[in-house]
Design a protein around this ligand. Structure first.
Ligand code: VGL
Ligand code: ZN
Length: 212
């Protein structure tokens, strides 16, 4: 028994510890040049996620590390020229669609490309926004025996939260690593509310540790 500190501090630390092992997946969402400073749809301070994500993928024994890429046609329906909400971004094969050069891919075993069809967008790494068409990610994770997913990357309020919420619906334990993601908008309160409501658990990197 520890003698220093208030008793509740010890409880809190223990409750927050999560052991990462072979049934856990790290999902790195859309860490692509167009979402980084200077990119076509830059997320404010988006580059700050890269070092924490590199530390996570190198330091913890995830069963699999997956990266997603937004991967649009040049005339994609989500672009403002087509009446959509976004400037042109992440056009398939373009430099803006490439994963950030400083993102370590050493541990990345699979890349899932989403939003590939002109008429249909996909914020989530699992399902298109029509919530019918699958990307194949859930099948991949199930085939590997994955039971929990830990989601990080860009952007917190769109593709990261959509991925984490779909993971709950698909039967995975779902976590967002809050200090390894950044949002486009500044209403962090609203995102957290949606995630909490949807059964996603918000954690910080410090709560994650290697299973013994
Ligand atoms: C994203 C808007 C449009 C994202 C993708 O990765 O969060 N946001 N396409
Ligand atoms: Zn997009």
């Amino acid at each position: 028994m520890k003698t220093a500190g208030a008793p509740w501090q010890d409880w809190t630390e223990e409750l927050l510890m999560i052991e990462i092992g072979p049934a856990d997946a790290l999902i790195i969402v859309d860490v692509q040049n167009d979402f980084l400073p200077g990119g076509a749809l830059a997320v404010p301070d988006g580059g700050s996620v890269i070092a924490p994500i590199n530390a996570l993928s190198a330091g913890l024994p995830f069963g699999i590390v997956v990266a997603t890429q937004d991967w649009h046609t040049p005339d994609h329906a989500s672009f403002d020229a087509q009446g959509g909400p976004w400037p042109s971004h992440c056009v398939a094969g373009s430099p803006g669609a490439a994963l950030a050069a400083s993102l370590s891919q050493s541990a990345v075993a699979a890349i899932i490309r989403k939003g590939r069809l002109k008429g249909r967008d996909s914020y989530s790494g699992f399902l298109d926004n029509d919530h019918v068409s699958e990307t194949g990610l859930s099948g991949l994770l199930r085939a590997l025996g994955i039971r929990r997913v830990f989601v990080c990357g860009l952007a917190y309020d769109f593709c990261v939260s959509a991925t984490a919420l779909d993971a709950v619906d698909l039967g995975f334990g779902s976590f967002v690593i809050e200090d390894a993601t950044q949002g486009i908008g500044d209403d962090l309160y609203a995102i957290r509310h949606r995630l909490d409501d949807g059964g996603v658990i918000r954690v910080e990197r410090a709560s994650l540790m290697a299973a013994p």
